[in-house]
Write a new protein. Structure first.
Length: 316
């Protein structure tokens, strides 16, 4: 029965199997989730929902969510002419809230990374493509102010399709607002770290994600302003291989470092210890909370995951 569903290009949310967007391998959903949504065959890093990112990165039991009650408003009376017909923005917001259980496209709060306290914001691509509107901008600004007053380093995980067009100019203003908030941290000497994940595009790349002190990125993440297809059509030239991917941007000097998802918590701990004068010894010690599930999942997939995939691929 399930075979007919394998023909679909994108992932199947309810299904047991998921198709890798990069290499096309069939991945067993449970193993795939244990590996924190990294392909066991080619290492492609899929988009990670905000709550999973927090569970993976923040010390267990230390995350305190803040400003979760902020809600966006349909200030323009905007109606989206999508593929399913006209939907007013207010209605779309309601639907997305019900579907995702989130109030907007970012989760903000405070927590510890390997024992070091930080103010943390994680974008959620599942909420209207992780688009930045008034709530995302306001939450980032509040997070920065909280970081400033408590001298907490600010860590921002970007994952976004860009500015939220449903909010028009209001969404574009968030670019200036978030950059202004980060500048105040900069002036006060409070460290800021941006982690760009797949995809980080549009007004998010062009604002807070690119102006932090340290710019990290996950492997293979698409990071850019306009998409590659738009650029190729505009300049009528073939784009270089790997254009707008993290590896390409590292080579060009636009980002500082590429960190695989499995090593991100350790790396953030080290960087935060260095930036804050925290306990570097504790930060350098690998902690079982993050290391264990990754190691177990990796060996699982390497052994029987590939065998299963090959079998399935032939039948399909
Ligand atoms: Zn793959």
């Amino acid at each position: 029965m399930a075979w007919t569903r394998f023909g679909k290009k994108k992932d199947m949310p309810g299904g047991l199997w998921i198709k890798c967007e990069s290499c096309g391998a069939m991945l067993f959903r449970k193993e795939f989730e244990q590996r924190h949504r990294v392909c066991g065959t080619c290492g492609y890093h899929f988009t990670l929902p905000a709550r999973e990112r927090i569970a993976l990165t923040i010390d267990p039991g230390t995350f305190e969510e803040k400003w979760a009650d902020l809600r966006a408003h349909d200030v323009l009376g905007f109606t989206d002419m999508g593929s399913r017909g006209a939907v007013p923005y207010g209605e779309k917001l309601q639907q997305t809230k019900q579907k995702t259980g989130e109030s907007d496209a970012i989760v903000t709060g405070t927590g510890k990374v390997k024992g070091i306290a930080a103010a943390i914001g994680v974008m959620n691509f599942q909420f209207l493509g992780g688009s930045m509107g008034m709530v995302v901008g306001e939450k980032i600004a509040l997070l920065c102010e909280h970081g400033l007053h408590n001298r907490l380093p600010v860590v921002l995980f970007a994952c976004s399709g860009g500015a939220r067009m449903h909010e028009g100019a209001v969404s574009l203003m968030q670019m200036a607002k978030t950059c202004g908030a980060l500048q105040r941290l900069n002036a006060a000497g409070v460290p800021t770290i941006s982690v760009m994940t797949h995809p980080t595009t549009g007004g998010v790349t062009a604002s807070f994600a690119s102006v932090c002190d340290l710019l990290l990125a996950e492997p293979g993440a698409l990071i850019g302003f306009a998409g590659p297809r738009v650029i190729a059509t505009t300049i009528k030239k073939e784009l270089p291989k790997g254009f707008q991917r993290s590896e390409f941007l590292l080579e060009k000097g636009q980002i500082d470092r590429i960190v695989p998802r499995s090593a991100l918590r350790d790396e953030l701990g080290r960087v935060l210890a260095y930036a804050t004068g925290g306990d570097a010894v504790a930060a350098f010690k690998p902690q079982p909370a993050a290391a264990e599930p990754v190691a177990v999942a990796a060996s699982d997939v390497a052994d029987d995951g590939k065998a299963k995939k090959k079998g399935k691929a032939k039948k399909a």
